[in-house]
Write a protein that binds this ligand. Structure first.
Ligand SMILES: [Fe+2]
Ligand SMILES: [Fe+2]
Length: 471
């Protein structure tokens, strides 16, 4: 069950060979996926890339590394190992055996959750498609493509569930996942942050740190699902996501490190003239990506999410580590709220406040990156620090969507916000400067001037390894 079948057209560990109808359906979706990859995927022509490919879901040695042409990448369907004794861990079905089929009454909700998750995966590939042309090193280029092919595989993961468990409607949704496009006027991606551009590598690192991390938390809640195939799919996706988080965390590390280095070397705060990125500009990019990612968690309160929880289809982050009754019918939670135009909190039923619960888990995880980046500044002997902006800053969704607040959480009249927002969010001048630094370095062992090299290469290879062969 755990080892992948690579003899098949679609590598898988779900026994596709035994289900001819499903196999045919997925094989007829495959060329559409490849067309999408060719027309909406990475634009930089390459001969091959040093990529990992999932080959097994067991603990040891789940991936294979080697140079492959990206269009020949073996996107496959992998679910983590089946646990025959698994029981639902929360909600009104707590303690019942996990479902191997979709319960009729939850069909529409489960399909919706899978489509929303599935929509983000190809969206990020589309957002990042032009970044190859300006990669700061072959190492970074390889990491970009690794993230891209795995987001493609995550689309496969969701499409498998739609095809296998949701009949004709599922197949139609799978087609739609290829028809919507990031930033499109007519058929945009479902969630706002996935229609934003990723025009430069600072944005890419911030995206993989903050926005991909939202994905990690959403997958974490779906991993708890009583619908076992969804749970197992998400569990394996989370393993791949760890590398995406790594790319974001260490990417920002290296930008901060280079900026700090030049600040000290030249005894100046203005490193833009030296071909790097000023610390306040890094802060503005952080402010932007963090605030749009907070919006992805939806409103502070949600009856839909309460229903998902009670139904057992979407749990909490690390559900089994929570020390409560896992039903939450009698509990309450304080959530962010607006009280007469002021930032406040209000008490609501724990079930309706589950979005807030998840967002708080996410926020404390985000803080760990900022702490890490500040350690880099401190060890360079600098007194400047980065910070997460206030939760009310630059919000378009939820309790604070109707107000403007500074990064320190001061409510501002609209006029003042307009006057001051250029201090907090990237301006056209900032973006133009960052973009001007994005000159490609496609030479082995070389690195752009605005970023420090990584401490280690990939899979034990050195930094100057030939990670990518351009065509
Ligand atoms: Fe993903
Ligand atoms: Fe990801």
């Amino acid at each position: 069950m755990t080892s992948a079948d690579y003899a098949e057209k679609i590598p898988n560990n779900v026994g596709l060979r035994e289900d001819r109808r499903l196999q045919r359906a997925l094989e007829s979706w495959q060329p559409n996926f490849l067309d999408w990859w060719e027309s909406m995927g990475p634009t930089l022509p390459t001969k091959d890339v040093y990529l990992r490919t999932a080959i097994n879901v067991g603990r040891a040695g789940w991936a294979n590394f080697g140079h492959v042409a990206m269009k020949d990448y073996r996107w496959g369907i992998f679910l983590s190992e089946h646990d025959a004794g698994r029981r639902i861990g929360f909600g009104e079905h707590k303690g019942e055996p996990a479902w191997q089929q979709v319960p009729g009454e939850y069909r529409a909700d489960l399909r919706r959750l899978i489509v929303i998750q599935g929509d983000t995966e190809p969206a990020s590939v589309e957002q990042q498609r032009n970044l190859g042309a300006t990669a700061p090193s072959l190492y970074d280029l390889r990491n970009l493509f690794q993230v891209n092919v795995e987001e493609g595989r995550h689309l496969w993961a969701m499409v498998y569930l739609l095809h296998a468990y949701f009949g004709r409607e599922g197949r139609e949704e799978a087609e739609e996942l290829l028809h919507r496009n990031s930033g499109s006027q007519d058929s945009p991606r479902i969630l706002g942050a996935f229609n934003e551009e990723t025009p430069d590598w600072l944005s890419f690192f911030m995206f993989t740190y903050f926005t991909d991390r939202d994905g990690k938390y959403q997958l974490g809640t779906l991993k708890e699902s009583g619908f076992d195939p969804l749970s197992r799919t998400c569990e394996f996706m989370l393993r791949e996501e760890a590398h995406h988080m790594f790319v974001g965390t260490t990417g920002v590390d290296r930008v901060v490190e280079r900026t700090a280095q030049l600040m000290v070397e030249h005894d100046t705060d203005e490193v833009s003239a030296l071909g790097a990125i000023d610390l306040p500009v890094i802060q503005k990019y952080l402010n932007f990506h963090y605030s749009v990612s907070l919006d992805l968690f939806g409103s502070e309160t949600s009856t839909n999410v309460a229903n998902y929880y009670t139904a057992g289809i979407k749990g909490r982050w690390l559900e089994d580590r929570r020390r409560d009754d896992h039903r939450l019918t009698d509990d309450s939670i304080m959530v962010d709220a607006l009280d007469a135009g002021e930032i406040a909190e209000t008490e609501v039923a724990a079930l309706t406040g589950l979005n807030t619960d998840l967002r708080r888990e996410y926020i404390s995880d985000c803080q760990s990156g900022v702490t890490r980046w500040n350690r880099i500044l401190a060890s360079a002997g600098l007194s400047q620090r980065l910070a997460l902006p206030h939760v009310a800053f630059n919000r378009k969704v939820g309790a604070f969507a109707g107000i403007e607040a500074s990064p320190t959480g001061e409510v501002l009249p609209a006029g003042e916000w307009e006057q001051r927002k250029h201090q907090w969010l990237p301006t056209d001048v900032d973006k133009t400067h960052v973009r001007s630094l994005m000159q490609p370095v496609h030479e082995r062992g070389k690195i752009a001037a605005w970023i420090a090299p990584p401490r280690q290469g990939i899979n034990g290879k050195p930094f100057d390894y030939d990670y990518v062969h351009l065509s």
